[in-house]
Design a protein around this ligand. Structure first.
Ligand code: IMP
Length: 195
């Protein structure tokens, strides 16, 4: 079975990606690692820099991921600063800022970066949706902005869904699938070369 190292300090991401890996026939090995984040408004630039820094330390094929939440009425805020905003004003603060807003449209963008010493490649995923009018955690897990994000075409917030259900629509699933296609093709090509 193919395997990839996923470096992240976030157990929720690791859980989602482990299940996505299972779906794609890739074993995801989570290594707890607080990624170094450059200051940028682009998750792809942050993930790429973090992957290169992590590779310098671990010297093995790996993926690193960065996610941003972009809210239309707030001109893309909090974007790639989502982590800082979550730990300061939090979900209640975002809901307050959106009181009376004409649009509640938003999207999540995730970027994975793969690095193995010779190849460095990015994979993006995006999901459009809306910000709920209240915090809705359901019975399930409460990961970051999940309790206030409703993906397009659905009525439940991500938090009210199981991980399997979230993985059907999520930004992270889309980005991981695109990585998985590349990774499997790369290993298929290497296997053909060595036979
Ligand atoms: P980072 O990618 O680790 O920098 O995460 C940015 C912020 O967005 C953190 O506060 C995370 O908790 C949050 N976040 C990342 N991915 C998701 C997601 O899939 N759903 C909800 N919140 C998320």
């Amino acid at each position: 079975m193919l395997a990839i190292n996923f470096l992240s300090g976030n157990a929720n991401k690791a859980e989602e990606i482990r299940m996505l890996g299972k779906r794609e026939g890739i074993e995801v090995r989570w290594i707890e690692y607080e990624k170094l984040e450059i200051q940028s408004d682009d998750p792809a630039a942050i993930a790429k820099n973090s992957a290169l820094t992590a590779f310098e330390k671990y010297r093995m094929p790996l993926i690193v991921e960065d996610t941003g939440l972009f809210i239309e009425a707030l001109k893309g805020f909090p974007g790639a600063y989502a982590s800082y905003v979550y730990s300061t004003i939090g979900l209640a603060g975002i809901l307050k800022m959106l009181e009376g807003a004409e649009s509640r449209r938003a999207y999540f963008k995730t970027s994975f970066c793969y690095a193995d010493g010779s190849v460095v490649k990015s994979f993006d995923g995006k999901v459009n949706g809306t910000i709920a009018t209240e915090i809705r955690r359901g019975l399930g897990r409460s990961f970051g902005y999940d309790p206030i994000f409703i993906p397009e075409g659905q009525t439940k917030t991500f938090s009210e869904m199981s991980v399997e259900e979230k993985n059907r629509y999520s930004h992270r699933a889309m980005a991981f699938e695109s990585f998985a296609s590349f990774f499997k093709a790369m290993h298929g090509a290497q296997d053909r070369q060595s036979t």
